[in-house]
Design a protein around this ligand. Structure first.
Ligand code: FMN
Length: 374
């Protein structure tokens, strides 16, 4: 019987499924629900030192539906990080660790580009007993105007420096959450890992505009008739997330062996999770999937991942982590392989004349030749 239990950066998880930072981890009430339903860990909604600067608007979500309107396939949000005061969060983190001492609670933190601010937020969260930190370098809207979030994640020098500060401030595992809004994910990932992050989490949302309402001519989500570009998530982003996880996993393999990857982006099923793991993810995070299907979706996801493992006789997650990375190569190499395969097929066909029915117009000369050589 395979097991989903895993240890990542010293964190013991009953399964690799983690609530990603966002609405499904936005207060003690919902975090408790996640643990009760069986999630392996929870990354709380991102906190900062001064929540009074965080002012959300409504509406702040917009959805993209499939052609038959039955399914949400893409989701835009212009939601900011938590607007709840850190004082309240500190109390809730403590209560959560009291209530669920063996479960993994990860604080997602974001601050301005000041060493003292990062030290302070780490210290205030660490004393609550949280098990690890995720550094949010990736929120694509609102916060970059204060040089936070993806404004930092797009700048490898700043990333390395801030990860270095946090690695000094805490001995707990630190993951850097990466923005996909860059040309090459390897550069910021390398900077974060060089700075001292134990792992990288990717991807956060992709900067987007969901659409324009053709009656009002106004883009959505419309707030007082105006909008601002937001972050795209859900099923539609999975191919982009898989590509970036693959690239980060190759970087880890080549330059940072032993560091870890948390895969995020459009994951809704155990099969999705298996694909991220085959491309190198150690853990799996889900945000929009929980907003679409509820916390209970952990159960089918666990069952589906176990069924995949049983089918291939994998006993543990490490039996297949990164297994599909070997099947990526350059386009030129694909061309070479295809030419070789066709030539081999032709040669095999030429050799295989056992009855007159097997003569072929394409390989007639080779077949004739093969019958004269013995
Ligand atoms: C409404 C909403 C709010 C989010 N808030 C945060 C946040 O506070 N901090 C963070 O690191 N990521 C946040 N995210 C990003 C998610 O954690 C995740 O990286 C992204 O949505 C892709 O995964 P998914 O397709 O499973 O949602 C948010 C996403 C959504 C949809």
């Amino acid at each position: 019987m395979p097991t989903l239990a895993t240890t990542v950066d010293g964190l013991n998880l009953p399964n690799p499924f983690i609530i990603a930072s966002g609405p499904p981890g936005t207060n003690l009430n919902v975090i408790s629900k996640a643990f009760q339903e069986g999630w392996g860990a929870v990354i709380a909604k991102t906190v900062s030192l001064d929540a009074s600067k965080v002012i959300n608007v409504a509406p702040r979500y917009a959805k993209l539906f499939s052609g038959d309107k039955q399914e949400v396939i893409g989701w835009e949000n212009i939601e900011l990080i938590s607007d709840r005061p850190l004082k309240i969060w500190v109390e809730e983190f403590k209560k959560c660790k009291d209530r669920f001492p063996d479960r993994i609670l990860i604080a997602s933190i974001m601050e301005e580009y000041r060493k003292d601010a990062w030290f302070e937020i780490v210290e205030r969260c660490e004393e609550t007993g949280v098990d690890a930190f995720e550094l949010n370098f990736s929120c694509p809207h609102g916060l970059p105007e204060r040089k936070m979030g993806s404004a930092m994640g797009e700048d490898p020098e700043i990333l390395e420096e801030v990860c270095g500060w946090v690695a000094v401030a805490t001995k707990k595992p630190v993951w850097a959450k990466m923005t996909p809004n860059v040309t090459r994910i390897e550069e910021p990932s390398r900077a974060a890992l060089r700075g001292g992050a134990k792992g990288v989490s990717l991807i956060n949302t992709i900067r987007c505009v969901m659409g324009v309402n053709l009656d009002t001519l106004k883009p959505e989500p419309s707030v007082e008739g105006y909008t601002t570009p937001g972050g795209y998530s859900s099923k539609a982003v999975k191919p982009i997330a898989l590509r970036m996880v693959m690239e980060a996993a190759n970087l880890v393999r080549q330059e940072f062996p032993g560091r870890t990857i948390s895969g995020i982006g459009g994951i809704e099923t155990g099969e999705d999770a298996a694909q991220f793991m085959l491309l190198g993810a150690d853990t799996i995070q889900v945000c929009t999937g929980v907003m679409k299907f509820g916390y209970e979706c952990i159960k089918p996801m666990r069952d589906e991942l176990l069924a995949f493992m049983e089918k291939h006789q994998f006993e543990t997650l490490s039996d297949f982590k990164g297994k599909s990375l070997d099947y990526f190569t350059s386009h030129a190499d694909l061309v070479r392989r295809q030419i070789e395969r066709k030539a081999a097929q032709k040669a095999a066909a030429a050799k295989s004349v056992r009855s007159d029915a097997e003569w072929s117009g394409d390989t007639f000369v080779q077949q004739s030749d093969s019958l004269s050589r013995h």
